[in-house]
Ligand binder design. Structure first.
Ligand code: SF4
Length: 348
């Protein structure tokens, strides 16, 4: 079993490793990612047990933790100093517009995240840092400290949008330590400490919630000043939910467009209409505005922390929630054929 651990070592997404030239390979229709996604790493692994996650404790005990996959892709391990040296040497060819540290449920994760952040801000202050937090182990003072150390955006992976789904996928039911109320407490702290436009929430579409429930949460986050980062549920191999169906395509496309309208389009869930099953039937905007958004394709791109453009995520997570043959979150600007396809999918 590998003994490599943070803060000396980190794992990085395959897309980031390809962008840095560390791993040979090509990504379908995209050269690079604009976000250097890092994950703290420990041989003991994550102590939580979320039903949909490739890093969860229940998975293949005995298998090297660092070899497990997370959001569909492998995360190679590298020394943090080497990561910094390579970015400083320009091996990303100037592509990285953001760096992100993902925490996990581990007793050292809070302190190591601070060490990693401090070093980054010192060495590469021009590349802003997002913290993908672990509210289960954090207090408000941790948020204050991260802000003081220079974190740019603070994000909470709520993932499940109702207390029932949260409990079933991340709570006591699956012997996992996360609690709905604690996550909301962290969201409120984030709104207070980091402020408007400087915090975000990850949400997974397709875990049994209705579109109305999903969009009500998006609105709640927007009203607090934050942004919503959507992920389509994908049955991660070896996870407790590996037999669940992937998120329905038409549902996903509607939710993507409506989330964009809430986050950037000036719309509101209270103006949207839903049928008796909670499916979206009207986006609550004039048809010409909906048409304009459909034509831009932007709502269907990966959502996440921004880079140079406010409504386009630097963090494009290529193929993090789907296969390249059937793209759910577009990691690049949609072309004319993509736009035709998305229109068909949203009407299915
Ligand atoms: S959207 Fe991307 S950069 Fe932002 S917190 Fe999530 S993983 Fe990190």
């Amino acid at each position: 079993m590998s003994e490599l651990r943070s803060p000396e070592y980190v794992q990085l997404s395959t897309a980031a490793a390809i962008t840095l030239g560390l791993v040979p390979g090509k990504m379908y229709r995209t050269e690079c990612t604009h976000c250097l996604n890092l994950l703290v790493t420990y041989p003991e692994g994550c102590r939580a047990n979320c039903a949909y996650c490739g890093l969860a404790r229940h998975r293949e005990e005995g298998r090297d933790y660092a070899e497990r996959n997370f959001i569909r892709v492998d995360w190679p391990t590298l020394s943090y100093d080497e990561v910094i040296a390579r970015v400083k040497a320009g091996e990303d060819k100037g592509q990285f517009q953001r760096m992100c540290i993902s925490m996990i449920t581990h007793p050292d994760s809070d302190e190591d995240t601070r060490i990693l952040l401090k070093k980054w801000v010192h060495e590469l202050p021009h590349i802003p840092v997002s913290i993908l937090s672990n509210p289960t182990t954090m207090e408000k003072s941790d948020l204050l400290q991260l802000k003081e150390l220079g974190a740019d955006i603070f994000t909470i992976a709520l993932d499940a949008v109702t207390p029932e789904i949260f409990e079933r996928t991340r709570g006591k039911t699956v012997d996992s330590p996360h609690r709905w109320d604690r996550y909301w407490q962290a969201i409120e702290w984030a709104a207070e400490v980091f402020g408007p436009e400087r915090f975000g929430v990850h949400l997974i579409s397709g875990m049994g919630e209705t579109e109305r429930e999903m969009l009500a949460i998006c609105q709640r986050i927007r009203d607090l000043g934050g942004h919503n980062h959507l992920f389509a549920f994908f049955p991660e191999r070896g996870s407790l939910m590996e037999d669940w169906p992937a998120c329905d395509m038409a549902q996903w496309r509607r939710v993507q467009l409506a989330r964009y309208i809430i986050d950037y389009g000036g719309g509101n869930v209270s103006q949207m209409h839903f049928d008796e099953h909670g499916c979206l039937t009207d986006f609550g905007l004039p048809q010409a505005d909906v048409e304009h958004l459909l034509q831009s394709g932007t709502p269907f791109r990966t959502s996440g922390c921004p880079g140079t453009e406010e409504d386009v995520s630097a963090c494009n997570r290529p193929y993090g929630d789907s296969k390249p043959s059937d793209i759910l979150s577009y990691p690049f600007k949609l072309d004319a054929d993509d736009l035709i396809l998305v229109r068909q999918q949203i009407q299915e």
